[in-house]
Design a protein around this ligand. Structure first.
Ligand SMILES: Nc1ncnc2c1ncn2[C@@H]1O[C@H](COP(=O)(O)OP(=O)(O)O)[C@@H](O)[C@H]1O
Ligand SMILES: [Mg+2]
Length: 262
């Protein structure tokens, strides 16, 4: 199995707070890899480094052998890495189809401006983009809602829209940020099935989740963070039985109880 992405010794500090400390791991081609850990463990910070929201303080990220840790998020997307957002970033006054097409423009030659001005080159691309967008909308099961305003969709459908938009850029690696947050049990199961279908298309996936259940059901490999450090890595079964992991999550539960009582 080929390594698609390699993270070497990633550390990220915000002033005095060390959000990630010397974290290393690899994402292999064709796998679903999960990153879990209690609140404040450093998951979002790691996700933001991989998706080039900000660079690490120290450490390297290699994608297919190429250093990417200082690249822009636009450039990283061009290389084939696409992401979703935990706090959904959809355009509420645009339709489902338009939202997905916006995602696609980021990878095309004429780009958004040319598309808006309707240059001839853009018109031809427009048709291709439209077809590609509809293909992804169908894939996630939103075809009946393609011309509905995104602002009127419930959370579960918005998460599907986010996925369709990320897929429209034709990624090789898809980064999912708490994709099941706020979903009910059935929606979470459906999301698990959809993520597996994406993997079966040959797209490698990295999921960041606070919730253990989704991750246990779909991941080939799980990396666990606690207090910024990697404390475990292995198959779902290995992680479930790992004492450090159990202690980290139990510690969090204990903290939550203290909050309720206190
Ligand atoms: N922009 C920031 N400025 C200061 N501290 C931050 C910032 N982002 C995250 N942190 C801190 O880094 C730690 C890890 O946060 P985060 O990556 O959001 O964890 P998680 O996503 O696992 O809950 C926390 O202590 C958090 O308060
Ligand atoms: Mg987070």
């Amino acid at each position: 199995m080929r390594n698609l992405l390699e993270a070497h010794g990633l550390t990220k500090s915000f002033g005095g707070v060390v959000a990630n400390r010397d974290v290393s791991f690899t994402l292999e081609e064709g796998l679903i890899v999960g990153l879990i850990g209690p609140n404040g463990a450093g998951k979002s910070t790691m996700f933001n480094m991989l998706s080039a929201v900000f660079p690490p303080t120290t450490g390297e990220i290699k994608y297919k052998g190429q250093r990417i840790e200082k690249m822009s998020s636009y450039k990283v997307c061009e290389l084939g890495i696409s992401r979703t957002f935990q706090n959904l970033q959809v355009f509420k006054n645009m339709s489902v189809l338009e939202n997905v097409m916006v995602g696609h423009h980021s990878r095309t030659k004429s780009g958004m401006l040319a598309a808006a001005l309707r240059f001839p080159s853009a018109k031809k691309e427009e048709k291709i983009i439209l077809e590609a967008a509809m293909e992804q909308i169908k894939f996630v099961g939103l075809e009946d809602l393609y011309d509905v305003n995104a602002g009127s969709l419930p959370l579960g459908k918005l998460r599907l829209l986010e996925l369709a938009r990320a897929l429209a850029t034709k990624p090789e690696l898809l980064l999912l940020d708490e994709i099941a947050a706020g979903l009910n049990h059935i929606e979470t199961l459906e999301m698990s099935e959809l993520i597996k279908r994406i993997r079966n298309k040959g797209i490698s996936i990295f999921v960041v989740e606070h919730d253990m259940d989704l991750v246990m059901g779909i991941c080939d490999k799980i990396i666990v963070l606690d207090q910024g450090m990697k404390i475990a890595e292995g198959t779902p079964k290995e992680i479930q039985n790992n004492e450090k992991v159990i202690a980290a999550y139990l510690g969090e539960e204990a903290e939550e109880k203290v909050e309720v009582i206190g």
